[in-house]
Ligand binder design. Structure first.
Ligand code: PEP
Length: 252
């Protein structure tokens, strides 16, 4: 059985003090949960503060992005070595907001995935179609290309997590139905199976992301190929994030 994961993406929210308060409350509210993986992705400025709160606990730290060089004259960028040094275990790569606002392309995402892995961190690779792509009936084509391009040349599949996040469901309150999400998750597992073999595909964690709340997670996590959630808005309140984690832990 695959392990579940619930990851909170705090985006460009929280001061250091707010991040400490939320992470302490999440740690306290989930301290009896001893299976699965809980991951917090605060902004860069709060990473080390949150690391100090959650170190030696059942919660892991993630960054929301990084640059694919170790160091150098790249003003404003942060390297995976620096992220490892702050206590990160994961890095979110290729989030749709980075694709949309910062023009990240699949080739750059692939460089990042490889760099994250070679640094000894684990990427949470985000893929997902826009509303117009879904309306045109090309969801699987788009998601399939994103997955293949992000993982081009990657052999170390054991440390990869994929998050299927339909762009039209992120921050909109419109989430994919459990069956819509399951169909794409199953498709992703199928193409991973074609490239890497069935046992790699069966062990791959695939998260759903897009307006997940404590009210809708139960039906999503009941799906066979949904292994957890990448949560934005609802991860900023300890009560709702803890509620999502509890529902996942109950069902898995
Ligand atoms: C996200 O940012 O990855 C996300 C899924 O956001 P939200 O849960 O707010 O839709």
């Amino acid at each position: 059985m695959r392990r579940w994961m619930v990851a909170g993406n705090w985006k460009m929210h929280t001061t250091i003090g707010e991040a400490e308060t939320i992470s302490k409350a999440i740690k306290e509210g989930t301290k009896d949960i001893d299976k699965g993986e809980i991951v917090l992705a605060p902004p860069y400025t709060a990473l080390y503060a949150v690391h100090k709160v959650i170190k030696d606990s059942h919660i892991a730290l993630a960054a929301q992005n990084m640059y694919f060089q170790d160091k150098g004259a790249y003003t404003g960028e942060v390297s995976p070595i620096m992220l490892k040094d702050t206590g990160c275990a994961y890095v979110i790569v290729g989030h749709s907001e980075r694709r949309k606002y910062f023009y990240e392309k699949d080739e750059e995402i692939n460089e990042k995935v490889k760099k994250v892995l070679s640094t000894g961190l684990k990427p949470i690779v985000c893929v997902g179609e826009t509303e117009s792509e879904r309306e045109k009936g090309i969801t699987e084509f788009v998601v399939g290309m994103q997955v293949k391009k992000a993982l081009f040349g990657v052999t170390d599949m054991e440390h990869i997590v994929i998050a299927y996040e339909p762009v039209w469901a992120i921050g909109t309150g419109k989430n994919a139905t459990p069956m819509e999400a399951e169909t794409v998750h199953r498709f992703i597992r199928h193409i991973i199976g074609d490239v890497y073999g069935d046992s790699v595909a069966q062990n791959l964690q695939i998260l759903y992301g897009g307006s997940v709340t404590p009210d809708n997670i139960g039906a999503l996590i009941a799906m066979e190929d949904i292994d957890g959630a990448l949560v934005g808005g609802a991860s900023l309140k300890a009560e709702s994030f803890t509620g999502i984690i509890r529902k996942v832990a109950e069902k898995r």
